[in-house]
Design a protein around this ligand. Structure first.
Ligand code: F6R
Length: 234
């Protein structure tokens, strides 16, 4: 793993932007995208740049089950606000949270990923080591699946909702196996609360208890961290 330690999230945004730019220069056509607070500084840089995504495809990691694309807390909506309005792609895919039939929603999404192999996948890191919504215990060969969110993830995401009871209990997530098929992976983490998960991801054993530890098996991973997130590394 290539570690980039930065002063702050804003600098992480520049570093992440440069990695996207290089990937595009090298012919990347499909970008795997994430939501949450971590990627925002990268999206700010991408959105303000002169990069052209109009011929590219984006594929997002996950979506809450039960929220349609227009719901303000849906990941569809997040992506519109933070990137797609500024930088439209030729086509953008996010799992269909409004499709309550998990079998068709997940198999449709696997077909999309198979038809659009991901050149560069951006990830954030959960405090419990999750990537996408692949919580501890997820099969490392998993494809897109319906996930029951853990209490810690529900609590962490409650800040985006009026009330913790409004946080959806299920999500559709790209699997760990699908994430690992991406040609290149960029993961960022900021802040003390991520420090233990960062250390487990990079220096811990490869184990289903820490889904992000499977990134150690991928040949092309860049990790952007601030000092606080890197503070438990040896
Ligand atoms: C979001 C996602 C999640 C987040 C993770 C970190 O699409 O897949 O794995 O990346 O929960 O979230 P933040 O960045 O809000 O700390």
């Amino acid at each position: 793993m290539d570690l980039q330690i930065v002063n702050d999230k804003k600098t992480g945004g520049y570093v992440g932007f440069e990695i996207f730019k290089r990937a595009l220069d090298n012919g990347a056509k499909v970008l795997g995208l994430a939501t949450g607070s971590t990627p925002i500084s990268i999206y700010d840089e991408l959105g303000a740049s002169d990069l052209d995504f109009s011929q590219l495809t984006s594929v997002n990691l996950d979506e809450y089950v039960g929220l349609d694309a227009n719901h303000p807390q849906s990941y569809h909506y997040f992506m519109q606000q933070h990137l797609f309005n500024q930088k439209p792609f030729a086509q953008s895919f996010v799992p269909d949270g409004s499709n309550l039939d998990a079998k068709s929603a997940t198999s449709d999404y696997d077909q999309i990923i198979a038809a659009h192999p991901i050149d560069l996948q951006l990830l954030g890191l959960g405090q419990n080591g999750h990537i996408g919504f692949n919580e501890p215990g997820t099969d490392p060969e998993s494809t897109t699946h319906k996930v029951a969110l853990t209490e810690s993830t529900i609590a962490a995401n409650a800040r985006f909702f009026d009330n913790v009871n409004d946080v959806p209990r299920y999500a559709y997530s790209m699997g760990i196996g699908s994430i690992l098929k991406s040609k290149q992976i960029l993961i960022a983490a900021y802040g003390e609360a991520k420090a233990a998960a960062v250390a487990a991801m990079i220096q811990g054993p490869i184990t289903p208890d820490v889904p992000a530890s499977y990134l150690q098996t991928h040949p092309n991973v860049t990790v952007i961290l601030d000092e606080a997130a890197a503070s438990q590394l040896d």
